[in-house]
Design a protein around this ligand. Structure first.
Ligand code: AMP
Length: 393
């Protein structure tokens, strides 16, 4: 990565403000149900504290409060979890800007402070310069370790970098290094597994990866629009009718570039989503039936291509994996990825990361991205504003 990191700047005695991605899932009793994002931020937090900073001020958003205070979206549960994980007291504030916040930080004996949810202010998502300045006023150095929001130009991800020396944390660095190497200089063959619901969400991704990958394996809901483009019967499977021509164009482009495209060729189908006991495996989908998972032939074919891969990027489940009856394809692919030797396996954030977790292969992947949208935009070849704003090396 060509951006400065916490290792390139003197932190001793400095007040450091760090943007984290603490947007964790909470249950109804406001218990954190998955602390992966907090755990992922610990290396940078510990490093900054270890360098003897004067104060480490952490900030994040949580949920979608849309510019107002929402009690259920306070960061208090995160502060508690952080205390447990760090083994030291964290000062939780009930605001993120202003004199009171400044005063509390100045008076605090704690080394670590957590500001209240940034999105309680609408200025955060508007990238309001005054709001950015108020955040910047709390510290002397800015660190961005929130990969999950790096694709958004918000006050705490982009605006603030105009007022303070801005560097990356380790999590951000790791994400950019893994994803960057995969798309710019992959060990080959470079195979991409694409799934998920819609083609429309992944058009830019496919267009970019056609120029980079050796093979694209397409499953999940999005495959049906491609299959339709090839004149196949897809029954009542999910279709984006207005994207059929585009899908045809992408297939032609891939062919012209010599990129191998493997589409699902057999399917787990049902007439009624709620009646999985009636499911069957078919190669031709009749009217009234809906494809919800890939079948065994497709799984075997995907595995065959994956068996020689040296780099794999996985973005999107190949079936409705949330429901056990339609999870087999995604499970088998996830488990197969876990067995690959001498292969860099990268899992895009969001649903694929949840699938890797559900099927217990998390530890066996080279890298699981913590940011769904951000990893998607990065793999699309887009500049992430939160990264672009950091100081060049
Ligand atoms: P995305 O957010 O676009 O990656 O889509 C992920 C979602 O796609 C998951 O919630 C899956 O349940 C869903 N999905 C995967 N395969 C299918 C399918 N064949 N039909 C409908 N939805 C699907």
């Amino acid at each position: 990565m060509n951006k400065m990191t916490v290792k390139d700047i003197a932190l001793k005695g400095k007040k450091v403000i760090m943007r984290c991605d603490f947007n964790v899932p909470l249950d109804e009793s406001l218990n954190i149900t998955d602390d992966m994002r907090i755990v992922a931020s610990l290396p940078t937090i510990k490093y900054i504290l270890g360098q003897g900073c004067a104060k480490l001020i952490l900030m994040s958003h949580l949920g979608r409060p849309k510019g107002q205070v929402v009690e259920a979206e306070r960061l208090t549960p995160v502060a508690k979890k952080l205390e447990q994980l760090l083994g030291e007291k964290v000062l939780m504030l009930d605001d993120c800007i202003g004199d009171k916040v400044k005063e509390s930080i100045a008076k605090s004996s704690e080394r670590v402070v957590l500001l209240e949810n940034l999105r309680f202010y609408k200025q955060e998502e508007k990238n309001d310069p005054e709001f950015s300045k108020k955040l910047a006023d709390l510290a002397e150095i800015y660190v961005n370790d929130a990969f999950g929001t790096a694709h958004r130009a918000h006050a705490s991800t982009e605006g603030i970098a105009k007022f303070l020396p801005a560097v990356a944390g380790f999590l951000l660095e790791k994400e950019i290094n893994y994803l960057g190497k995969a798309v710019d200089n992959p060990a080959r063959p470079f195979v991409v597994i694409l799934g998920g619901k819609k083609v429309s969400d992944k058009i830019l991704l496919i267009e970019n990866l056609i120029n980079k990958a050796d093979a694209l394996l397409i499953g999940g809901g999005m495959a049906y629009t491609f299959l339709k483009a090839m004149g196949k019967n897809i029954g009542k499977s999910i279709l984006e009718a207005d994207k059929v021509d585009l899908a045809k164009g992408l297939l032609e482009k891939a062919k012209a570039k010599g990129v191998k495209i493997v589409l699902s060729e057999d399917f787990v189908v049902v007439k009624d989503f709620e009646k999985p006991e009636e499911k069957k495996i078919v190669t031709d989908i009749e009217d009234g039936w809906e494809g919800l998972d890939v079948g065994p032939k497709t799984i075997a074919k995907f595995k065959e291509v994956l068996s020689t891969a040296k780099t794999v990027v996985w973005n999107g489940p190949v079936g409705v994996f949330e429901k056990d009856a339609y999870a087999e394809g995604t499970k088998e692919i996830a488990e197969y990825l876990a067995t690959l030797k001498n292969c860099v396996t990268i899992v895009g954030g969001g649903d694929s990361a949840s699938a890797a977790k559900k099927f217990n292969v998390e530890d066996k992947m080279t890298h699981i991205s913590t940011g769904g949208g951000a990893s998607l935009e990065f793999l699309e070849g887009q500049v992430l504003p939160g990264v672009a704003a950091l100081k060049d090396k």
